[in-house]
Design a protein around this ligand. Structure first.
Ligand SMILES: *[C@@H]1O[C@H](CO)[C@@H](O)[C@H](O)[C@H]1NC(C)=O
Ligand SMILES: *[C@@H]1O[C@H](CO)[C@@H](O)[C@H](O)[C@H]1NC(C)=O
Ligand SMILES: *[C@@H]1O[C@H](CO)[C@@H](O)[C@H](O)[C@H]1NC(C)=O
Ligand SMILES: *[C@@H]1O[C@H](CO)[C@@H](O)[C@H](O)[C@H]1NC(C)=O
Length: 634
């Protein structure tokens, strides 16, 4: 507004500006003295009003425009009392979008995760459910949504129910429930994993404005419905302060975005007007895919599993089971160890050259060859895109499913989960009956009928750390290994542990039996003593290395003997040399021995997986580098 004439002109026309048209602003001319007194009085009156309204406002709320002063006041009192308690399931109010006509066919999804008396929230229905069936006690209580007939909806291919769904956050907020930190909206076919949801939300300050969720897996959906959006089926988490601002603008905003198809698009558009962006969490799954979801579930990112959606639109997640039984099976695993559900670990059996990929609570893949982590972490493309049923693109990378069983791993599906001691679980995975490869290298692996996985329980505190995939070991000693089965133990990785080092360590242990790289426990001198005791034994096989200069490459051994020894690998000559390069350990200085390396011929890994030998003539996949720096630079 540049001039007062414009101001009075616009305020005269705009009904919203009527409030400004008080007589005080347009006083008639009076003598100077009374004018001054008028200004003083007016100023005093105004500042008094201002002071009291400020006081009232402050006493009611410390943020923004309060919607319901009673509610906000109670919320504030309660929040102050419990501020420092970590977020738990009880701090969340769920809003499930349902309808009276379909609840009886959809309710089994919500009832899988709903815990009466623990989880809070409502199913929002379009009308009263029929009187003939009593409302099930295992379902969340229901509420009837407000009439939305006065709102605009102009999307030609959608339905007006999107308005009702978008308003669930507002209607939930207006219930004025106490001690609420987050509102979480989902569909009636969303399966939430509430403990993990709370774990994820507890990372964020609920006194800030957060909008949390995930995208569609199908790029074609994200192009149409925005990458900036938390997809409704995967679940939308809105912190209390954001909900408090959102409810003040939501209704007008719904009309402004009348052309948008879905409730989640409308919510995102309104939140965008506040200026808040989505915080993406990889555990929210819209499951906008078709076909077999195996690849997606078996390649879960290192993040808690928060939700799964659209399970009626994909094949049952376990083979030879119907949909409801198979999701129930995953929930059984979730109940045994929520935080570990679907978490991956990769390990190698150095005696048999096998690779094992565990997706805890779901499946184990057994490869009768050494396969790099980079390959193992990538999802098998067992599924299609949501609307066009194409084989991509997705927001995750996929590797092809190959029709030849000799190009694929053996797959074991969850059979049972139980306790193994106080803090551990034992889960058993049974071989899926698929077409089998008759080649020699598969022969021994084909005999394995089940694999047992031991793992400690994954506590929520572990998810507060920077995400790191856990390590695992194939247990080759003790009575745990038979022709039909073997055990895998999952544990936290040690410091400096990597697959590279694990393979190296395994190799040492198979070649020189006495040397154990028991990382934390073994001191350098203990290690040295063991190494020395083996020297005599090895002396006989010692042979001279020719043209040492040109083709030797260095690797550091990352362990407690870190910087103690450098391993020199001669790819052409298959020779190993250990030399001390830690000046602090003088006794080790002259240690120098050579060992036979395993054969170095390239392996013929299948076309779908890339060879271990891409960068490296050493079959063991040990990262080699000409310069030491390259080891860290990759
Ligand atoms: C919603 O309101 C409209 C107009 O006020 C009315 O015609 C309609 O019957 C109402 N719908 C329901 C379900 O109450
Ligand atoms: C505000 O919330 C209180 C308590 O939840 C309720 O009794 C009251 O009717 C609400 N007021 C308004 C204006 O909605
Ligand atoms: C799924 O299978 C189980 C056992 O075979 C059966 O009891 C259940 O009724 C089936 N559920 C559906 C929805 O078909
Ligand atoms: C494992 O691979 C190494 C290196 O290629 C080879 O020397 C060894 O014989 C293999 N072991 C088995 C059991 O296949």
């Amino acid at each position: 507004m540049s001039s007062s004439s414009v101001k009075s002109y616009s305020s005269a026309l705009d009904p919203l500006n009527k409030a400004w048209k008080t007589p005080l602003l347009f006083p008639t001319v009076k003598p100077i003295s009374s004018l001054i007194s008028l200004f003083l009085k007016a100023g005093l009156a105004l500042s008094t009003v201002f002071f009291f309204s400020l006081l009232l406002r402050l006493s009611i709320s410390h943020y923004g425009q309060p919607y319901n002063s009673t509610t906000t006041f109670n919320h504030m009192l309660h929040t102050q009392r419990t501020q420092h308690e970590p977020t738990n399931v009880g701090h969340i109010v769920f809003g499930i979008g349902g309808s009276a006509a379909t609840w009886h066919t959809r309710r089994h999804y919500t009832e899988l995760w709903w815990r009466p008396g623990v989880t809070r929230g409502f199913v929002w229905l379009d009308q009263n459910p029929s009187d003939t069936d009593p409302w099930p006690e295992t379902s969340p209580p229901y509420k009837i949504s407000d009439n939305t007939s006065s709102f605009k909806y102009t999307c030609p291919y959608g339905t007006r129910s999107a308005i009702r769904m978008a308003r669930i956050v507002k209607e939930s907020f207006e219930l004025g429930l106490e001690n609420v930190r987050w509102f979480v909206m989902g569909d009636d076919d969303t399966v939430f994993f509430p403990d993990n949801l709370a774990t994820v939300l507890s990372k964020y300050d609920h006194n800030q404005m957060y909008y949390i969720g995930g995208n569609s897996e199908s790029v074609e959906q994200d192009l149409v419905h925005f990458y900036t959006m938390a997809y409704g089926g995967g679940g939308i988490a809105i912190s209390y302060p954001l909900a408090e601002e959102l409810v003040t603008i939501l209704d007008g905003c719904i009309d402004r975005y009348a052309h948008l198809f879905g409730s989640d698009q409308k919510i995102q558009s309104c939140i965008s007007e506040i200026g808040v962006e989505i915080t993406k969490e990889p555990g929210f799954h819209q499951v906008d895919i078709r076909g077999n979801p195996y690849g997606l579930l078996a390649a879960h990112p290192v993040a808690p599993l928060v939700s799964l959606h659209h399970l009626d639109y994909v094949d049952p997640i376990f083979p030879n089971m119907n949909r409801s039984d198979s999701i129930q099976k995953l929930v059984t695993a979730y109940k045994a160890d929520p935080g570990r559900t679907l978490q991956k670990s990769f390990c190698y059996d150095p005696l048999r050259n096998w690779s094992v990929s565990v997706s805890w609570g779901y499946s184990v893949e057994l490869y009768p060859s050494l396969v790099t982590t980079k390959v193992l972490e990538m999802a098998f493309g067992t599924f299609k895109t949501w609307s066009s049923w194409r084989s991509g693109p997705f927001t995750l990378n996929t590797r092809p499913v190959i029709n030849d069983p000799c190009e694929m791993p053996l797959v074991y599906s969850l059979d049972s989960v139980g306790n193994a001691g106080f803090r551990e679980t034992r889960s058993r995975y049974r071989k899926n009956l698929l077409r089998e490869c008759q080649r020699e290298e598969y022969k021994e692996a084909l005999g394995v009928q089940h694999i047992d996985v031991l793992a400690s329980r994954f506590t929520p505190e572990m998810w507060i750390k920077a995400p790191r995939r856990q390590c695992c070991e194939v247990m080759n000693d003790g009575g745990s290994r038979t022709k039909e089965s073997f055990q895998v133990m999952i544990r936290e990785c040690h410091r400096f542990e990597s697959i590279t080092r694990t393979l190296l360590k395994a190799w040492f242990n198979t070649k020189i039996h006495e040397i154990k790289f028991e990382d934390e426990k073994q001191t350098d001198s203990e290690f040295q003593a063991k190494l020395e005791s083996n020297i005599e034994q090895l002396e006989s096989s010692k042979s001279e290395i020719k043209d040492q200069a040109s083709d030797q490459v260095q690797i550091q051994i990352y362990s407690s003997i870190l910087e103690l020894a450098t391993v020199l690998v001669h790819p052409k000559h298959s020779k190993f040399q250990i030399s001390n390069n830690n000046p602090a350990n003088q006794e080790m200085k002259n240690l120098d021995l050579q060992l036979e390396l395993p054969s170095l011929e390239p392996t013929d890994l299948d076309a779908g997986t890339r060879s271990l030998n891409d960068h490296n003539p050493n079959k063991w996949g040990i990262e080699l580098a000409e310069e030491e720096d390259d080891i860290h630079g990759d």
